[in-house]
Design a protein around this ligand. Structure first.
Ligand SMILES: Cc1cc2nc3c(=O)[nH]c(=O)nc-3n(C[C@H](O)[C@H](O)[C@H](O)COP(=O)(O)O)c2cc1C
Length: 383
């Protein structure tokens, strides 16, 4: 592969000029300070990711308010006290000529909160609590305030997290949204929250500021969101000027299903859904991620018009030199993200900072020592 391939051609979207087609997909690593500020570890991590040769980094999800926090420790955008750290993060990324986008999220029923909120409550008063119209309005405002802060910190754009089964997806999904008011029932009603968030953000950051969407194309659960409905959702976002759709498949519920666990191990497993959404909104840039292990596979996706941009998450953490190796700037082979390994997810699920089984022993040990864990006592097994 050389720099003459599509993978290394430039791409413009909504005022953003990408030097190539490789982006870092948002990847929560748990490196923030306990209060949600940007840590030195966060800065070092994104410095390395920015030096990989990617054109754009979408920084992992930051919470729009505390009741929506997806993790006990994670980045926050819900107060001006976070601005300084976020600005330092922007500088670290942009100093290397890489575009910086911040993802923002509310985890809804999956939030680490004493009283998680959701479009529909649990059975017989069990959590989560069903959101009132007042909850909905103030949550939409929280997204807008966060987006304004992301812009103020100097990011090139903001990405709304509409995937993984978090709050926005919980509203769109016929599986989790059983409301009978104007936010439930028909697709038009189920989209109202997502579109309300988008419009409130545009209102505050201006229509020219790039607002992207991590987009749920197919939930992969019985009674869940299907491609027919998500295509219509994509059309509504396209009409409103979304900068790009970063297409995903699967929620925390489908992640547990044997069929998802199998599909998830296969190369380019989300590209098919990106292709469907690209057909629905041909003029909107589409990103696809999901075990895009080789430059050849990435090139094929671009050449066939399945997507416009490639997203690398675990793949880039397993080999932060992937883009440079792919461009032929380094001759060593790419270290693959091992499909049978789930060490990073195991670490996330146990509330610990992520590291990768593909890193050298020296690197893993140095990392564990830095975060105050004893390498000999840490489970480093892949499954
Ligand atoms: C440890 C981990 C953390 C993730 N964090 C996020 C996140 O913060 N936001 C998001 O939209 N997706 C997140 N994802 C999903 C990835 O962006 C990506 O879509 C998925 O892992 C497939 O790409 P890959 O095979 O290159 O990892 C995460 C995935 C992993 C494994």
């Amino acid at each position: 592969m050389t720099e003459s391939n599509i993978l290394f051609s430039s791409f413009d979207m909504k005022g953003l000029s990408l030097k190539n087609r490789v982006t870092m997909a948002p990847t929560y690593v748990g490196y923030a300070n306990p209060g949600g500020t940007v840590s030195e570890l966060t800065l070092d991590h994104y410095r390395e990711m920015a030096s990989s040769g990617v054109a754009m980094i979408v920084v992992e999800s930051a919470t729009v308010n505390q009741e929506g926090a997806g993790f006990p420790i994670g980045l926050r955008t819900d107060g001006d006290q976070f601005l300084e750290g976020l600005s330092r993060l922007v500088t670290v990324i942009k100093d290397q000529g890489v575009l910086a986008v911040q993802q923002i999220n509310h985890a809804g029923r999956f939030a680490f909160s004493p009283e998680p909120l959701a479009p529909t409550g649990g059975p017989e008063g069990a959590p989560p609590r069903e959101m009132t119209l007042e909850d909905i309005d103030r949550t939409i405002s929280a997204y807008a305030d966060s987006a304004a802060r992301v812009k103020a910190a100097g990011f090139d754009g903001v990405e709304i997290h509409g995937g993984t089964g978090y709050l926005i997806d919980q509203f769109i999904s016929p599986h989790t949204n059983k409301r009978t008011d104007t936010y439930g029932g028909s697709l038009e009603n189920r989209m109202r929250f997502s579109l309300g968030v988008f419009e409130a953000i545009q209102e505050i950051v201006g229509r020219d500021y790039p607002v992207g969407y991590r987009f749920m194309a197919y939930e992969g659960i019985p009674g869940g969101l299907e491609i027919g409905e998500s295509s219509k959702w994509a059309e509504e976002l396209a009409k409103r000027g979304v900068a790009y759709l970063s297409v995903t498949f699967g929620t925390y519920e489908s992640f547990m299903l044997p069929e998802y666990i199998e599909i998830e191990k296969t190369e380019c497993f989300m590209a098919k859904y990106a292709g469907e959404i690209k057909k629905a909104v041909p003029h909107t840039p589409v990103i696809t991620a999901g075990r895009i292990q080789t430059p050849e596979a990435a090139e094929k996706i671009l050449a066939e018009g399945t997507a416009d941009l490639i997203g690398l998450s675990r793949v880039l953490i397993a080999d932060p030199l992937w883009p440079k190796k792919a461009a032929g700037k380094l001759s060593e082979p790419i270290n693959r993200c091992e499909p049978a390994c789930s060490l990073c997810m195991k670490r996330v699920m146990s509330g610990k900072p992520v590291f990768c089984s593909q890193w050298t022993k020296e690197r893993r040990e140095a990392f564990l020592v830095r975060i105050g864990e004893k390498p000999e006592e840490v489970d480093q097994s892949p499954d």
